[in-house]
Design a protein around this ligand. Structure first.
Ligand code: C2E
Ligand code: CA
Ligand code: CA
Ligand code: CA
Length: 279
């Protein structure tokens, strides 16, 4: 038994060693990735349920590692956050997305908006607003064509300054959304005070909506509460017609998900846009 215990220990420590090495090499390659142009941004359609129109897109960061291929943002963003790299990376995503949206406007697709994810490490840093101002000015994008997606935990971390920052963004005309709504802090009272335009209901509630009565009740309650506070609701991760029908029947405003399109290149988005001409 003693022998087995020792073996198990060395097995675990080997595992831990391998994890640490993997992590180290992920950090090294992340550091190089920026200089090597390994990042790009895909865009996922957001659909208004009343008009059926593609009214916006969410910018989603992609990393193509030279040896390992595509690495999920769910894996590398937490590492970039811990390394303190997310500020530069987040700024790069914002600039890329604003540039792209401005280019669409110039081509006559004048109503499209872009939503950009903001990490708590970015939002709760001094200089965040100045950075956003700079990017908007450089790219020429109208602030009302930009939406920032923040999570509940990001909003809670900032405490008193959060509301000031949100108001500063709001007065510029920038739209604000709470991402992954329902998975974080469940103190709903802040909704009353925060100038948030849109709640994005997390995919985990939508996934089982056709079978799970609790999830149905939660989604209905979120829609009802949001509407009574004058906020819009977007359901994330819509994959099937039944989910869409449920959401439509409950008055959900907007949807996003594989049913309407996966994250895709700007060229693919363009094929789905309608040009608005001057004449
Ligand atoms: P998120 O902000 O909740 O983004 C939605 C995620 O759900 C995306 O995963 C998207 O591809 C996926 N998705 C969309 N529709 C469906 C669907 O119908 N079914 C399923 N199964 N999945 C769907 P992705 O691109 O892998 O991104 C994962 C997360 O990484 C994002 O979750 C976000 O938290 C983070 N992320 C991505 N880009 C950025 C960024 O530029 N900055 C920051 N801070 N975080 C980012
Ligand atoms: Ca998001
Ligand atoms: Ca989300
Ligand atoms: Ca998320």
């Amino acid at each position: 038994a003693k022998e087995r215990g020792r073996n198990a220990f060395s097995f675990f420590s080997e595992q831990m060693n391998r994890k640490a090495l993997e992590r180290r090499s992920l950090e090294d390659s992340l550091r190089r990735a920026m200089a090597n142009d390994e990042f790009y941004v895909d865009y996922q359609p957001q659909i208004d349920l009343r008009s059926g129109r593609l009214f916006g897109v969410e910018a989603l960061l992609r990393w193509r590692h030279p040896e390992e291929g595509l690495i999920s943002p769910a894996r590398f963003i937490p590492v970039a956050e811990e390394m303190g790299l997310i500020r530069r990376l987040g700024e790069w995503v914002l600039r890329t997305a604003c540039n792209q949206c401005h280019a669409w406007h110039e081509e006559g697709y004048s109503s499209i908006r872009v939503a950009v994810n903001v990490s708590g490490h970015q939002f709760n840093q001094p200089g965040f607003i100045e950075m956003v101002d700079e990017v908007l000015e450089e790219t020429g994008l109208d602030p009302s064509s930009l939406e920032l997606e923040l999570t509940e935990s990001t909003l809670m971390e900032g405490a008193n300054e959060t509301i000031m920052t949100l108001i500063d963004l709001k007065v510029r005309g920038i739209h604000l959304a709470i991402d992954d709504f329902g998975t974080g802090y469940s103190s709903l009272s802040y909704l009353k005070h925060f100038p948030i335009d849109r709640l994005k209901v997390d995919r985990s509630f939508i996934r089982d909506i056709s079978t799970d009565l609790d999830d149905c009740a939660i989604v209905e309650a979120i829609i009802g509460m949001a509407h009574s506070l004058g906020r819009r609701v977007l359901a994330e991760g819509v994959e099937r017609a039944e989910e869409l029908e449920f959401l439509r029947a409950r008055g959900c405003d907007e949807v996003q998900g594989y049913y309407f399109g996966r994250p895709m290149s700007p060229q693919e988005i363009e094929q789905r846009l309608v040009r608005v001409t001057a004449e």
